[in-house]
Design a protein around this ligand. Structure first.
Ligand SMILES: [Cu+2]
Length: 687
């Protein structure tokens, strides 16, 4: 990859010429001005403004008075996105006293931001049989401009609604969900263009950033994250093969944009098949990378790859953050992204070179996986442990870049650890990034997978061993050193799509999967306020002002991957609030494995029943040897039940309504998981 820096240098003069780009007549001058400005009374895009900093300049609520914060209003969103298959990760947008919010079912509501009264509602009618959902039904938010609201849907359409009425303005299909594509990330609007990523990295898709005309929905250009033959990066894939064409590299989250440099930036997710690198020798660009393109044309400018030849599902899934800083007395333009590796990658956004330092170091090798010789190690601290400890029954274990083959190998942070989809706020007051992380071990196993259009294509699995602890960290990272300023150990997994926001009042607001909403001192980390919302309180909060009153809003609908209780509520807080806390919901599990009472004698197990898509009912059963157990999928998407001992038994993939029976003849304890969703556990005690 080193040779690409050559190209970066060649492109720099072009970048310099683009300064002044912002002065060109804009399509929506007011929104564009707000997008370029510090976040004030309105919150008009997912990350607050073009930087994704989530730093509000409002100061009415501060360290001295935050203890008085109470609920100003709480509105239930009419059952939208309510259920175990959904996560609520959208940040509400606010403009001129109107709040717009999207749920995990792609339904959109406009509310009076002061009272929570409904102004209009848009029900997506999204096909509930979509079977290419990787990681829960979720929508990470909206964008606005030209009088329209923009969002992506699960069915891979980008949609625009009239902001005044909620009526559909246009709808553009980027791809078909039947081919594995979907959209879960919030788009970015700027200067008449809507930028949208795409998901489907677990389904052998070809990732891309798509730029649409905001007024018409017409596709202006697309930039593929996986190079075609002869294109930049094609030499990092095996010559004469088409593996790159189904190599995933999707874009999970909202881009950022620097109008002065004229560049749009985004993070690219893992390579496909996720856990099988045997047929895709090379660094595999642009998997697990940060990429900069010319914002107007989509022309490549630079990239930085965080993990070469990724076989661990180490997505770059958190939104990139732009920030300006001073290093060694020199003003620098920075960009940062928090990875699943547990590191924050800090670069110069003019050229993609490390700002603090990132070293290429040799790593353990396995020729069968075609492992990369070296990997980038950022200077500074990781926010989660990067080595797994040994466990009984596991011969192999190791650290972050430990290779694996067919014998389960324990690795931390794992592809479900570190920072996943959650945003990372930045405060120019403290100079800190606020980084959520999940701490857990995964047992990685590689197996082959044949590519079939629209089917899962991951080539292996990672599952937390039964009985292992799962928790989290919330860390302030100093942007000048990439070192920990302060860190909280959290009892639950965070970073899987929840989030936080920082203010000029010196506060960090963040939710917990157990329903608590917290305010921390941004400088010291001290907890200053805590409020029980009654629902899983994970979504990234926002801060806004109406009629001189400052509000803090958070969607409390739970998060399927963090295990928090589901709901359909939106809570809004202010110093004049009157509403008190609710009873706590059931807390998330902290130990991997099947939960719930043991059902004696049950020989019928339902998958996805009782509105909990990713579950077995009962999760635990006790039977006599020789019993035949029937597994039936009553959920919406395909699932299976597969022995945690690889290859011992499996139901095979069951579509909605399908059943398969398995006979258990030998006494013993059987643990099983769903192979596409390895966080689903079941237990059968055979006597
Ligand atoms: Cu499943």
């Amino acid at each position: 990859m080193r040779r690409y820096f050559q190209r970066v240098r060649l492109l720099l003069p072009t970048v310099t010429l683009l300064i002044g780009f912002a002065s060109v007549a804009a399509a929506d001058p007011e929104i564009d001005r707000l997008l370029r400005s510090p976040i004030g009374k309105d919150w008009i895009t997912n990350g607050g403004n073009l930087t994704n900093q989530r730093y509000s300049t409002l100061t009415q609520i501060d360290r001295t008075n935050v203890k008085q914060l109470k609920g100003a209003w709480m509105t239930r969103l009419k059952g939208s996105g309510l259920g175990g298959k959904y996560s609520f990760e959208g940040s509400p947008l606010v403009k001129d006293g109107v709040m717009y919010v999207i749920t995990g079912n792609d339904d959109v509501f406009a509310l009076d931001a002061k009272t929570g009264a409904f102004l209009w509602e848009y029900w997506s009618g999204i096909d509930q049989t979509i079977s290419t959902v990787c990681c829960g039904w979720v929508n990470r938010g909206l964008a606005m401009g030209d009088g329209l609201l923009f969002f992506g849907q699960f069915d891979a359409n980008v949609v625009a609604l009239d902001m005044k009425t909620g009526k559909l303005a246009w709808k553009t299909a980027i791809e078909k969900w039947q081919d594995g594509y979907g959209i879960t990330g919030a788009p970015l609007y700027y200067d008449g263009i809507v930028y949208s990523g795409i998901t489907g990295g677990e389904f052998g898709v070809r990732g891309r950033l798509t730029a649409l005309d905001a007024k018409t929905g017409e596709i202006k250009w697309r930039w593929y994250t996986l190079p075609g033959p002869g294109e930049i990066g094609s030499e990092t894939w095996p010559a004469g093969t088409d593996h790159a064409m189904r190599g995933g590299a999707t874009i999970w989250n909202t881009p950022a944009l620097d109008p002065e440099l004229g560049l749009v930036y985004f993070a690219v997710g893992n390579c496909g098949p996720d856990y099988d690198g045997s047929m895709r020798e090379g660094d595999n660009l642009f998997c697990t990378s940060i990429v900069a393109l010319k914002a107007k044309t989509g022309e490549y400018v630079w990239h930085f790859q965080q993990v070469h030849h990724d076989i661990w599902d180490y997505d770059a899934a958190s939104p990139v953050v732009l920030f300006d800083t001073v290093i060694n007395g020199e003003p620098r333009k920075g960009i940062a992204e928090a990875g699943r590796t547990g590191w924050v990658y800090i670069l110069d956004r003019t050229n993609g070179k490390p700002l603090i330092g990132i070293e290429e170091r040799p790593v353990p090798q396995d020729p069968r996986q075609k492992t990369a010789k070296t990997q980038p190690y950022p200077v500074g601290d990781a926010i989660v442990p990067q080595c797994a400890e040994g466990l009984p029954g596991y011969e192999n274990y190791g650290c972050i870049f430990e290779p694996f083959w067919e014998t389960p190998t324990l690795i931390q942070p794992s592809g479900i650890g570190g920072t996943n989809w959650s945003p990372m706020p930045y405060s120019p007051d403290t100079g800190y990034f606020y980084v959520p992380g999940t701490v857990r071990t995964s047992a990685f196993t590689r197996y082959g997978d044949k590519y079939v259009v629209g089917k899962r294509y991951v080539g292996g699995t990672q599952a937390a061993p039964i009985g292992t602890q799962m928790s989290g960290t919330f860390t302030a990272i100093d942007s000048k050193t990439n070192k920990i300023a302060w860190q909280h150990k959290t009892p639950y997994r965070i970073g899987g799509g929840g989030g936080s926001t920082v203010t000029a009042g010196g506060l960090v607001f963040r939710g917990e999967p157990d329903g608590n909403f917290l305010a921390l001192d941004a400088k010291t980390g001290e907890e200053l306020w805590r409020f029980q919302t009654g629902f899983g309180a994970d979504a990234p909060p926002v801060v806004y002002e109406v009629d001189g009153e400052q509000f803090v809003a958070i969607g409390t609908g739970g998060n399927q991957l963090q295990g928090s209780a589901y709901g359909d509520a939106l809570w809004v807080f202010s110093l004049n609030g009157k509403l008190g806390p609710l009873w706590p919901p059931p807390p998330p599990v902290t130990v991997a494995g099947p939960v719930g009472p043991i059902a004696p004698g049950t020989d019928a197990i339902k998958i996805g029943d009782q509105n909990v898509e990713y579950s077995y009912w009962p999760a635990r059963t006790r039977i006599k040897a020789g019993t035949t157990v029937t597994f039936t999928n009553v959920g919406d998407i395909p699932h299976d039940a597969s022995s945690m001992k690889q290859g011992e038994w499996t139901t095979g993939s069951l579509a909605k309504g399908e059943s398969t029976s398995v006979t258990f003849s030998k006494p013993g304890i059987q643990y099983y998981i769903c192979s596409p969703h390895p966080w689903m556990y079941g237990q059968i005690i055979v006597e």
